[in-house]
Design a protein around this ligand. Structure first.
Ligand code: NAD
Length: 290
């Protein structure tokens, strides 16, 4: 139990986030920690506001006594211009998903990358990370590739349907991580890129309830490889099930979703939550169809 008398007021700013599982995950963990903690989704679509209004929402929050916000699509880059300070990693990554309000100042962090990093460490312990292939170079992909390189990956191949997006990400990461071998391509390069890689990260929307399908030919996978998916609705994507059936070690997208919440909770409260308890709660919420 915590001894703090503070009441934490936290919000999530983004589009279409009314059903996000992050608010109940934070609130349940806070209750276990003996904290008074209120976490509300602030859905820009419901409010009829564009993502560019994220700074205005932050300032309302500050004036109304909020302690912090998570920010998500489409605000993770837009919010950068509104901040007084940014953690080194979030600045390098160019995206923020957590804003702390301290002495009326806005301080940005990124727990998507750190959450994926701890998901990898917890969910695939001892996995060889030397070389990896990543499908998808969008928002989640940016956090994942930064996490892989931070964890020590030396050879990373980034493939995206939009060749320019993969190339831009590879160039930016080469600048941030000199000496690493970071290459870009399209999904057509997968048969050449995958053999010899330690693992595959899938960071496209394919496999979501709303985007059913599979971006990877399962025949290309070797049982010695690990496979990580960022998609978490459903948790057991076609890729996760197929890779598991092939004998690959698998990390589902729920681990990253919980990991970002664990790290954000700690930044906001200064208290390290119980990751296993938050993961169990996440699984419970998903199984209830939330
Ligand atoms: P995004 O739109 O920013 O990026 C998706 C990228 O995938 C785009 O660049 C697109 O061109 C590319 N793409 C689409 N189909 C492809 C294919 N077949 N092969 C290669 N590239 C392809 O989306 P995002 O925000 O990065 O989200 C991607 C997924 O990640 C979504 O399912 C989202 O729910 C999930 N996500 C999970 C977490 C988590 O915590 N687990 C966090 C953020 C996002």
């Amino acid at each position: 139990m915590s001894g703090t008398n503070e009441t934490f007021i936290v919000g999530l700013i983004g589009e279409g986030i009314t059903a996000s599982l992050t608010p109940p995950m934070h609130e349940r963990e806070a209750a276990h920690q003996g904290l008074r903690y209120i976490y509300r989704p602030i859905d820009l679509l419901t409010l009829g506001r564009p993502g560019t209004d994220v700074g205005e929402v932050l300032r309302w929050g500050r004036d109304l006594g909020f302690n912090a916000f998570n920010v998500t699509h489409p605000c993770k880059q837009l919010v950068l211009a509104e901040l007084d300070d940014v953690s080194d990693d979030a600045a390098r990554l160019g995206a923020v998903n957590t804003v702390l309000i301290r002495n009326s100042r806005f301080i940005g962090h990124n727990t998507d990358f750190s959450g994926f990093g701890s998901a990898l460490a917890d969910g695939l312990p001892d996995a060889e990370l030397d070389s990896a292939v990543q499908l998808g170079a969008g928002g989640a992909g940016a956090a994942v590739s930064y996490a892989l390189l931070t964890a020590g990956t030396r050879r990373l191949t980034i493939l995206d349907l939009e060749p320019a997006r993969a190339a831009d990400r590879a160039a930016a990461l080469t600048h941030l991580f000199p000496g690493r071998q970071i290459t870009a391509g399209t999904p057509g390069d997968l048969p050449a890129a995958l053999p010899g890689a330690d693992g595959l990260v899938h960071a496209t929307p394919l496999g979501m309830h709303s985007h059913p399908g599979l971006a990877v030919d399962l025949d290309l996978l070797d049982p010695s490889q690990w496979v990580a998916d960022v998609v978490y609705r459903p948790v057991d994507t076609e890729l996760v099930r197929g890779a598991r059936a092939k004998g690959c070690r698998v990390l589902d997208g729920g681990r990253m979703a919980v990991g970002q919440a664990v790290d954000a909770f700690e930044l906001i409260t200064g208290i390290r939550p119980d990751p296993a308890r938050m993961h169990a709660h996440f699984t419970e919420l998903i199984s209830q169809g939330r």
